[in-house]
Design a protein around this ligand. Sequence first.
Ligand code: NOJ
Length: 604
Amino acid sequence: MTTTQPTRRPDDATRDELVAAGAVVHAGSDSAREWWRDAVIYQVYPRSFADADGDGIGDLPGVTSRLGHLASLGIDALWLSPFYRSPQRDAGYDVADYRDVDPLFGTLDDFDELLAGAHARGIRVVVDLVPNHTSDQHVWFTEALAAAPGSPERARYVFRDGRGPGGDEPPNNWQSVFGGPAWTRLTEADGTPGQWYLHLFDSTQPDLDWTHPEVRAEFADVLRFWLDRGVDGFRVDVAHGLVKADGLPDWDGHVEMVAGAGDDTADETTGDVEPGAPEDGSTGAGNQGPMFDQDGVHEVYREWHQVLDEYDGDRCLVAEAWVEPLSRLARYVRPDEMHQAFNFSFLTTGWDAAALRRVVAASYRANDEVGAPTTWVLSNHDVVRHPSRLGLADPGVRPNGVFATDPQPDEELGLRRARAATLLMLGMPGSAYLYQGEELGLPEHTALPAEVRQDPAFFRTEGAEAGRDGCRVPLPWAADAPGYGFGPTGETWLPQPASFARYAADVQDGVAGSTLELYRAALATRRAEGLGHGGLAWLDAWAGSADVVAYRNGDVVVLANLGTEPVVLPAGTEVLLSSGPVATDRSADPQVRVPADTTVWLRA
Ligand code: NOJ
C-alpha cells in the first residue's frame, strides 16, 4: 500500500469532469466490416511454441495440440511465422521451397490439420510470406550460381559486377540489416572471382529482383497455393524492401530493423503537425534509404490485392514495413493495396504519456485517411519482449537484444508496466497483435550464452549485438515438467531461464490476477463491449497530463497512470478490469485509486 500523495483528489473535480470525453481522435462504427478490422491476432513462432515430436524444436502438430489454449485466450486469428522448407539460417525467414512444410515442423497434412482445427474453433489463420529474398538453397539461386553472368537465371536476383580494379569492391556501399556488407562475391564456375549478389539480410538470403516478371508471377502463384488450402491471409515480410531505387545508388545510412519512432512534432490531441514538420507524429528519420519504401512496391501489392479478391471470405495482407512517418506507412494500406500494416511507431514509443498520445493520434489520423484499421503491437519475434523493454532504466531505448553483462531490466517494474501497456492497447479500436508468451508476461531471456545463440544478427555484428534469441525462447507450459512442458522430452532448442517456472501457463491458469487471466478477461471484455470497432476520444481532464493517458471508447473509459503517484477517481466509477491491484472497496474507500504504472478499464 503506497502512502504517497495522490495526484488528483475527488474534490479537485467532479466525477463527470474527470471522465468527460473531449477531442474525438477516431470515430467508431456500428460493427467491423471485415473480420480483420478489429481482430486480435496472435503470433505463433512455430519453433518456440510447442514441440510434439520431442526434438526440442516446436512444430505444427505442437501448435494443433495447443489450440485449446488459444481458443480460451479469446483471439480471433493466429499468424504463423515461417514453417516452409528452409535451411533455417534465419529461423525460416530463408525459404527454400514456398510450397512445402519443412520436416522440422511437420508435413502439409499437419498444416491442413492445424488449419482445420483452428477454423473449427473460429480462429482464422494468417501465414507468413517472405518475398524480398529466398534462401541460398532455393532452386532459383542454385541455378543462378551455376549459370553465367548476364544469364536469365541470374536475372531473378540482384547480381552485379564489382567496382574498382578487378571488380574487387562491392557494387555499392549498402550495409546488411544484420550487420556487415549487403553484398557477397561469388567464385565463378571457372574458379575466378566473380559477380556480387545483394542480400539486405544474411548472405544466405539473396534478394530477388522484383522487376523480373517471373518473380512477380511466382509469388502470385504462391499466394494462390496457400489461399487454395484455405488460409485467411498473409503477413508480408520486409514489405517495404522488394523494390530498390534505380541504379542502386550509394547510401551512407545504416538500416536497422528496430528503427524507431523517436520524438515527434505532432499535436498530441489531433495528430496534426506543425508546418514543415513530418506529416505525422514521427521524426521521419526511419528507413529512408534507396533500398526501402520505393514507390514501385505498391504496384506489387495492388496485384496481390486482386489475387486475394479472387477468393471469398475477406482474406487479408498485413505489411511488415519499418516505414516512417505513419502517413508514409499508410500508403501500404490504401484501399486497393494491403489491408493492415504493423504499427511499429507505437511499439517503439517508450513509457511516456505525451509520446503515446501523439503516436495514437497520428496513427488514427494516417489510417483513417485511407480507410484502413489502425493496428497495435507491443512485442514480436524481432524485439525485446515488452515486459523487459519497459523495465529498462530508459524504456524508450530499443536494444537489439540484451546481454547478461548489460544493465538488466527491472523484472517487477517491467511486468507491471507491460500489463498496463497491454490494457492501454487492447482498449483501443483497431486490430491488435499479440506475440506468443506475452499472455504469460514472459520476460526476455537476457543471460543466453554465446554458444547457444543462433540469430545471424549476433554473428554478423561479431557479437556486438545480442540479437533476437532472447525473445524466442521456447514457451513454458508446465512449471514442474522438464523443459517446462515445451515438449515430451524436455529438450528445448534454446535454454529457458529458471524464472520461466513462475510464468508457466499451468501456474497462471484460473489464478485471479495472473497475467494469463488478465489477457483472457481483456479479450472477453473487448469483444463484449465492441471496443475493436469503437471510437476513441481523449478524456478532457487528462488531455495535457504528463502522467496519464485516458480515453473513452463507447461505454468504457480507459485510464493509464504512467506517473509515480496514484491517481484518484471519485466514487461512482466501476472498475471493469485493472492491470494491477486497485483499491475498489467502496465501503472502506469510496474513491478508486489507480496506482503508478497501472491501467484501468472503467464504466463511468
Ligand atoms: C523480418 C522478420 O520479422 C525477421 O525475423 C527476419 O529476420 C527479417 N525480416 C528477414 O526476413
